[in-house]
Write a protein that binds this ligand. Structure first.
Ligand SMILES: Cc1ncc(COP(=O)(O)O)c(C=O)c1O
Length: 410
């Protein structure tokens, strides 16, 4: 017995933020092929909410989180700028028609060639975190404006970005002084508190670091004109590895950001512009993956225990990359919510051991009667889904995508 349009009960929708929009639900129900679906109205609404909550902070969407032309165009249409991490992302952002002044090169890791290409494309704002990178920017993007990224611990985030980027509070004035000496404009500071940051305290710490560096810069006669608060704002509909809703304290986080920006503004020697570059917060909850069941199996493991494994058509290499730190909210639309269930490990279809929930994951209750081909929806899957598609690992083609709107127009 099938219930094609019936959404299951309490299991996947334990918090209001987890409920997919009617638009997304209808599009998922209407799709009979594996796809990633994006609800453009939902993304625009989330952007509008953020602007309303933090009117003093300009939003530059982190392209890496969803490099989909229609999504970028929708956000550009609402007034967003873009954080780009490569010349290719810069070019994609510029194709939306936004002025080049609202696109910055936010990656501290860049080759000479990439810097020169970004400069040729008209970008003038570059992230940096080292004297070596400053020297390269001075050579290949003369006269550019640089902002120095401060390292954060990443504590409290699902994906702490920790040691790869950013410099210490002590080094930042040295880096910006080197920029000034090299003929660049030492224009700002940035932080990133770690992706899906779950604590307001991490933001508080970031503001403490920013305030300390602004004071140290003042002593050197360096007066930045902006502060970039990075990404890290959470998606609202995620489950943790054990299947529990993450329920991030968004209101508290926003309050800390409001207080922090006011405090920096008061302490700064000149007016500061504030910028943010959220990725997953804007897109995660408004994207979903439509996959299907490859097979539900029961096997005895060498230790003697029997395990159920649900193999899906999509996994870590094809739309569900973030299974390292999450359980996706899975919906089985052709099975009743009260149908008998069995606990299973969730895995993707490839011949790769990483393409599965790991040992730290809880088991997932799945309908016992699942058959190969049954549709499966993975909700809150819109962030980094298209960015992390492999080109055809094991021959599985990269998932296609569709963008939908309330009117039903694609
Ligand atoms: C420099 C920079 N900005 C913004 C982001 C977006 O982060 P998030 O998706 O956590 O908002 C990232 C993510 O890696 C980043 O590296």
């Amino acid at each position: 017995m099938t219930h094609q349009n019936e959404l299951p009960g309490a299991t996947p929708f334990d918090t209001p933020s987890a409920i997919p929009s009617d638009t997304l639900s209808a599009a998922l129900a209407a799709t009979d092929r594996d796809r990633i679906l994006f609800d453009l109205d939902g993304i625009e609404d989330r952007y509008a909410d953020l602007r309303r909550e933090l009117p003093q902070v300009a939003v530059r969407f982190a392209v890496k989180a969803c490099p989909v032309d229609e999504v970028l165009a929708a956000l550009a249409g609402r007034g967003a700028g873009f954080d780009a991490a490569s010349p290719q992302e810069i070019a994609q952002a510029l194709r939306t028609g936004v002025p080049v002044g609202s696109v910055h090169y936010g990656n501290t890791v860049k080759s000479d060639r990439s810097i020169a290409e970004a400069h040729r494309l008209g970008v003038r704002d570059f992230a940096t975190d080292s004297v070596a990178d400053v020297a390269a920017i001075a050579r290949h993007a003369p006269g550019a404006r640089v902002f120095c990224r401060l390292a954060t611990s990443g504590t409290g985030a699902l994906w702490g970005l920790s040691r790869k980027y950013g410099c210490s509070v002590r080094d930042a004035p040295v880096v910006l002084a080197a920029a000034r000496a090299a003929g660049l404009t030492p224009a700002g500071l940035s932080v990133h508190v770690g992706s899906q940051q779950m604590t307001a305290g991490a933001w508080r710490e970031a503001f403490d670091s920013l305030a300390g560096v602004l004071t140290a810069l003042d002593l050197r006669g360096i007066h930045p004109d902006h502060v970039n608060l990075g990404g890290g704002l959470p998606a609202l509909g995620y489950l943790d590895r054990h299947g529990q809703p993450l329920d991030p304290p968004l209101d508290k986080i926003l309050a800390v950001i409001r207080e922090g920006t006011a405090r920096l503004q008061e302490a700064a020697a000149r007016p500061l512009d504030f910028v943010m570059e959220p990725g997953r917060h804007l897109v995660a909850d408004h994207g979903a993956v439509r996959a299907h069941v490859a097979r539900l199996t029961t096997r005895q493991q060498p230790g003697g225990e029997r395990e159920n494994w649900l193999y899906l058509s999509c996994g870590k290499f094809n739309g569900l990359y973030e299974m390292d730190a999450l359980q996706y909210r899975l919906v089985f639309p052709t099975h009743r919510p009260d149908a008998p269930r069995v606990p299973a490990v969730i895995a993707g279809p490839t011949c790769d051991g990483d393409d599965a929930y790991g040992r730290g994951h809880g088991l997932v209750q799945v309908p016992e009667a699942l058959a190969s081909g049954d549709p499966v929806w993975a909700l809150s899957a819109g962030a980094y889904a298209t960015s992390y598609l492999t080109l055809g690992f094991n021959g599985f083609p990269p998932l296609g995508y569709d963008c939908v709107r309330r009117s039903g127009d694609r």
